[in-house]
Ligand binder design. Structure first.
Ligand SMILES: Nc1ncnc2c1ncn2[C@@H]1O[C@H](COP(=O)(O)OP(=O)(O)OP(=O)(O)O)[C@@H](O)[C@H]1O
Ligand SMILES: [Mg+2]
Length: 231
């Protein structure tokens, strides 16, 4: 089986060397836990390996995506110009247009350019567009099926629900192949501070790490301290 390196220091060894190619993985966490950074870093690692990649945002316009990546030293513009990176901002308010565009364009774009990595950030916004749970379930399953059939390795992000452990609607974790839970926890002690922690709660086809590991968000992106324990 081919595994796709995330490019995030310390993470590949937590997931048996990488995410199984073609799988869809959910990265969920509270505000500011690094979901977008994680997703950009996953794309960056594909770009530098000459893979065609696609970053779909429900939040930021294309120039803003480029700017956010550049804050970590990742020159997305170079790959947009080269033609190996497609950026797409989707309208979070017009549900039917957005879904129609995704359903018709995604397979076409991915097939024609051979895109191997896709990100949808934040996926929660798509889930929020539906009026009923039934509609949400049907359309989420359908969209994930379309994504899966493209064969691209996909990362989608979600905000956390009120329990702090499930995705916003408690649905996506059952649909996807893998789930990575990010948290920012305040620690009280001699020095009060916040620690970021990561836990792989699901990774199909993988004997993944079961321990919670600390990570830092730095000028160069996310670094997971996979040798350290959280205390
Ligand atoms: N250069 C940097 N050095 C250190 N930490 C940084 C740097 N840039 C960003 N951060 C940290 O990353 C956090 C933002 O990360 P990011 O935007 O990826 O989170 P997110 O989970 O996508 O947030 P949201 O839920 O708001 O979309 C900041 O709050 C800050 O703690
Ligand atoms: Mg974000």
């Amino acid at each position: 089986m081919i595994r796709v390196s995330t490019g995030i220091e310390g993470l590949d060894e937590m997931v048996n060397g990488g995410i199984p190619a073609g799988h869809t993985v959910l990265v969920m966490g509270p505000a500011g836990s690094g979901k977008t950074t994680f997703a950009l870093q996953f794309i960056w690692n594909g770009l530098v390996k000459d893979e065609a990649c696609m970053f779909i945002s429900l939040e930021e316009e294309e120039p803003k995506i480029v700017k956010t990546a550049s804050r970590y030293g990742w020159d997305f513009q170079r790959y947009v110009d080269k033609g190996t990176l497609s950026l797409l901002k989707l309208d979070a308010l017009d549900i039917s247009a957005t879904m129609a565009r995704l359903k018709s364009e995604l397979p076409k774009i991915i097939d024609s350019t051979g895109v191997s990595r896709v990100v949808i950030d934040p996926f929660t916004v798509l889930e929020m567009l539906y009026e009923t749970d039934h509609e949400r379930r049907v359309h989420t399953f359908e969209l994930c099926d379309i994504i899966s059939k493209t064969g691209a390795t996909t990362l989608v992000s979600s905000e956390l629900g009120k329990d702090g452990r499930s995705s916003w609607f408690g649905l996506m974790e059952y649909v996807v192949d893998g789930v990575i839970l990010l948290r920012n926890t305040p620690i009280t002690g001699s020095e009060d501070r916040m620690v970021f922690t990561i836990l792989v709660t699901k990774m199909r086809w993988s004997n993944h790490a079961k321990e919670i590991k600390p990570y830092d968000i730095t000028d160069k992106g996310i670094i997971i301290h996979s040798k350290s324990a959280v205390f």
